[in-house]
Design a protein around this ligand. Structure first.
Ligand SMILES: Cc1cc2nc3c(=O)[nH]c(=O)nc-3n(C[C@H](O)[C@H](O)[C@H](O)COP(=O)(O)OP(=O)(O)OC[C@H]3O[C@@H](n4cnc5c(N)ncnc54)[C@H](O)[C@@H]3O)c2cc1C
Length: 497
């Protein structure tokens, strides 16, 4: 059986270096890995918030977590706070990890729904250790030895400076044999069967490979510009198409969560790092012009502006096939979903892992490629649905943008989930979709989808029993949060940059 030998990665943003680092670590010299990047073109320069799965990627590399945080000015993240999404003045947190404790067949929220209906339950936030801690700017890592306590179930992600992360991964990859080529790719040569044969550098040199990994960003140098694979747009459901990003000085509010504040035609992010706070405004150019979008962003920085705004245009959607012949697109070259749930770096990580699990031999078997594309489509579409939910389930009608979102048709896959939850608070994770039931439950409730009824099995327990059960969860979480250090203290003690 003929094996591939040479892998060429085009692009040195987060996607390129995340791919290079993991492939170098896993393959241990089995393949010759080369990465091309161009300092003149540069990288997109944003992407600071993550979800807990990033720990898996770092673990695969064998990184020391405190060292990684020190080098990337990193902080901890317990979830995302959504401000003004349901209506102006409203706020909720999508906290990572479990909520309360299951009882019998049912999840905690089913009992909460009954007691909430009777006016005898606290805010849903009180039953999640992540959310309760986030609201007080407290943090500590989970202690796996305390599985009986909520402390054993804290789930965290990170905020970090993505350009420092890419730099760090570059060092990691180069130490393990990845060859870096500086320079611009000016041409891509295809064979008669449409496979990529080589890329030509500005100095005229042609670099050949067996497998090409397109990490060239939005332009999709190989997958689109050379191979014309096609792009599926999702702008009818996610109408934002521009972003402005700007860092500001770190403020006193050192929150262990990302904040996403809804604006008149989009939303604004706030991401606290150790050395600065990242901010950005994602908006729809159909409903607000660039100057006004910038004014809105700059008017709401909670520290001194530290750089000129970075203006970015995008089209939400994905390539029709992210693996085409001998080219796999990863990162922005594969597709783009706005960073509302901080999923882009995760989609990069899962694409790399999927590529490793379906690594081809020299035949590039079509069934292997089809399976990669099937799994990728499923993952992107379910993440897409989760993001659309934030826009669709709203009471806002104060601007044309929000009226559009509220009234738009949504994909059937999402419609089914909303309808099922609205009936009896039920939600089922589909196969390996990224977001678990807890995530859907928090966002559905936070966006005002309050079920008309609860699961009939709730009534096996008496109201007194349910009251005691919910009261216990709340009390234990309260106690744990009281004992936790502040996020600022924890960072200063464990991983100061
Ligand atoms: C507004 C915004 C906010 C975001 N926020 C988040 C977030 O909070 N969390 C998150 O997970 N993700 C976020 N993302 C996504 C994240 O930024 C990207 O997924 C990530 O940075 C990966 O980018 P990339 O490596 O695919 O592309 P890029 O960073 O654009 O890198 C492309 C690379 O290709 C090289 N290149 C291109 N053309 C050529 C050529 N002709 N020759 C040689 N080299 C070439 C460039 O030099 C560069 O090295 C955000 C994205 C946007 C747009």
């Amino acid at each position: 059986m003929e094996q591939i030998r040479r892998i060429l990665i085009v692009g040195g943003g987060s996607a390129g270096w995340m791919a290079a680092a993991l492939l170098a670590k896993l393959f241990q010299g089995l393949y010759q890995i080369t990465l091309i990047e161009s300092e003149e073109i540069g990288t997109i320069g944003v992407g600071e918030a993550t979800i807990p799965a990033i720990k898996k990627y770092n673990d695969l590399l064998g990184l020391d977590e405190n060292d990684f945080l020190r080098r990337t000015q990193g902080t901890f993240k317990l979830g995302i706070q959504f401000v003004d999404w349901l209506r102006q003045g409203s706020s909720y947190i999508h906290g990572f990890g479990v909520i309360g404790q299951d009882l019998g067949w049912l999840r905690c929220h089913q009992y909460w729904l009954k007691m909430h209906g009777l006016g005898r339950a606290s805010d849903f936030a009180a039953y999640s250790i992540n959310t309760a801690a986030a609201l007080e700017d407290k943090f500590r890592r989970a202690d796996p030895k305390m599985a009986e306590s909520p402390i054993g179930h804290i789930a965290n992600a990170f905020h970090f400076d993505a350009s420092l992360y890419a730099k760090f991964l570059r060092g990691f990859a180069e130490e393990r044999g990845v060859i870096r080529r500086e320079g611009k790719v000016v041409d891509v040569a295809l064979r008669t069967d449409g496979f990529v044969e080589s890329v030509t550098m500005a100095d005229g040199e042609a670099l050949e490979a067996d497998l090409f990994v397109d990490c060239s960003g939005f332009r999709g140098l190989l997958i689109e510009q050379a191979m014309a694979t096609g792009y599926e747009e999702w702008t009818q459901w996610l109408p934002c198409d521009r972003a402005i990003a700007v860092p500001c000085a770190r403020s006193a509010a050192f929150t262990p969560y990302t904040r996403a504040t809804a604006r008149s035609a989009g939303w604004q992010w706030r991401i606290p790092l150790q050395h600065r706070t990242g901010n950005g405004h994602v908006y729809s150019s159909r409903y607000v012009d660039d100057a006004e979008a910038e004014r809105v962003l700059l008017a709401d920085l909670d520290g001194e502006q530290l750089a000129e705004p970075n203006r970015i245009r995008f089209v939400t959607g994905k390539r029709r096939r992210t693996w085409n012949r001998n080219c796999v697109a990863i990162g922005l070259a594969a597709g783009f979903l706005e960073p509302l749930e901080s999923t882009s770096l995760h989609l990069i990580q899962s694409a790399i892992i999927r590529m490793v699990r379906l690594l081809p031999d020299a035949r590039f078997d079509p069934a292997t490629i089809a399976e990669f594309n099937r799994q990728t489509d499923f993952e992107y579409e379910r993440v897409r649905d989760f993001i659309i939910l934030h826009y669709k389930a709203t009471e806002r009608s104060d601007t044309p943008f929000w009226r559009y979102c509220r009234d738009m048709e949504v994909p059937d896959t999402l419609r089914r989930k909303i309808d099922l939850f609205a009936a009896n608070g039920r939600i089922f994770r589909e196969d390996e979709e990224l977001f678990a039931e807890e995530s859907w439950i928090q966002v559905l409730l936070g966006q005002g989808v309050i079920p008309r009824g609860y699961d009939p099995l709730v009534d096996i327990k008496s109201e007194a029993q349910i009251g005691q059960y919910l009261g216990n969860i709340e009390r234990v979480i309260r106690k744990c949060v009281d004992l936790m250090p502040t996020h600022a203290d924890y960072v200063a003690r464990t991983c100061p940059a």
